[in-house]
Design a protein around this ligand. Structure first.
Ligand SMILES: [Zn+2]
Length: 284
């Protein structure tokens, strides 16, 4: 099976560098990415744009829009969702930020936009984000929204709750929204929003972090697996789920095995490949 990884990172963020080195034991580089792609038959990946102006500063109010993949030169099978810094959009009097994002969208490798509520303390209903949703509609780009747990202890958690997505999904019916991490741990809340909105999907990245060892522990946890499967059962529609890893926070091979165990075999092709080509139309 040829896999499309809909959620990974390829940016020079200290948090990712440290996690790759100390926890997941990932070679966080262009070479390391290509090696893991080849090992697991991942034919395409989608990187979530993110940046910081000094080590450890993310979520960084000073990051330039759009945030991109700045680790190394991207391989040709790595695509980008442009990351949005809402602080700069709020003070964008002459719409320079929006023009820069619009210009970056013209690149063929750009396949979506990425928002970080919970990290940045801005609600999805904030005026600045409405301009981003208009851009998404204009160019037919999905908007990936960080949902659920924040990978730090300074999360503004009410902003990353899945119910927040319900509000904007109803206001912008022509825009596809993807809840990252299936909103974990709020998977049942996420399931409600997904089943009630035809334009809302979820990616299955980031349920666990680490190397083969930590992922093996997650694979043997019936409690964790049932927790995720309960949310999926409520949605009852595998066309709504996209495979993603959150690399470099996990090693790809064991994480793929973990996700395969959560999904009936007959839906693997859909979740690991087909759904991605429908949601990310520029991938084709
Ligand atoms: Zn991520």
């Amino acid at each position: 099976m040829e896999i499309i990884d809909c959620h990974l990172h390829f940016s020079s963020i200290q948090l990712f560098q440290n996690t790759a080195k100390k926890i997941s034991k990932v070679n966080y580089s262009r070479l390391g990415l290509q090696k893991e792609f080849n090992q697991s038959n991942v034919i395409k990946g989608i990187g979530m744009g993110i940046s910081e102006t000094a080590p450890g500063k993310f979520p960084d109010a000073d990051s330039v829009n759009p945030m991109t993949l700045d680790l190394e030169k991207s391989p040709s099978n790595l695509y980008t969702c442009l990351g949005i810094n809402p602080v700069k959009i709020e003070f964008d009097q002459d719409e320079k930020e929006l023009e820069d994002i619009d210009r970056a969208i013209q690149n063929n490798q750009v396949v979506g936009l990425k928002l970080y509520p919970g990290y940045y303390p801005y609600a999805l209903t904030d005026a600045g984000y409405q301009q981003i949703f208009q851009l998404a509609e204009k160019y037919n780009l999905p908007v990936i929204i960080h949902c659920g747990d924040t990978f730090c202890n300074k999360g503004h958690l009410s902003y990353s709750h899945p119910l927040e997505v319900n509000k904007v999904a109803m206001q912008h019916r022509n825009v596809i929204f993807v809840m990252a991490h299936f909103g974990n741990p709020w998977v049942v809340d996420a399931a409600m929003v997904i089943s009630n909105n035809p334009n809302v999907y979820a990616d299955l990245s980031g349920f666990t972090i680490g190397s083969n060892k930590e992922i093996s522990q997650s694979r043997s946890s019936q409690l964790l697996k049932n927790h995720i499967k309960t949310g999926m059962a409520y949605v009852g529609d595998y066309s709504k789920f996209l495979y993603g890893s959150d690399w470099p926070l996990v090693q790809m091979k064991p994480y793929i095995s973990f996700i395969k165990e959560l999904i009936p075999t007959k839906y693997h092709q859909q979740v690991f490949h087909e759904n991605a080509t429908k949601v990310f139309q520029k991938l084709i």
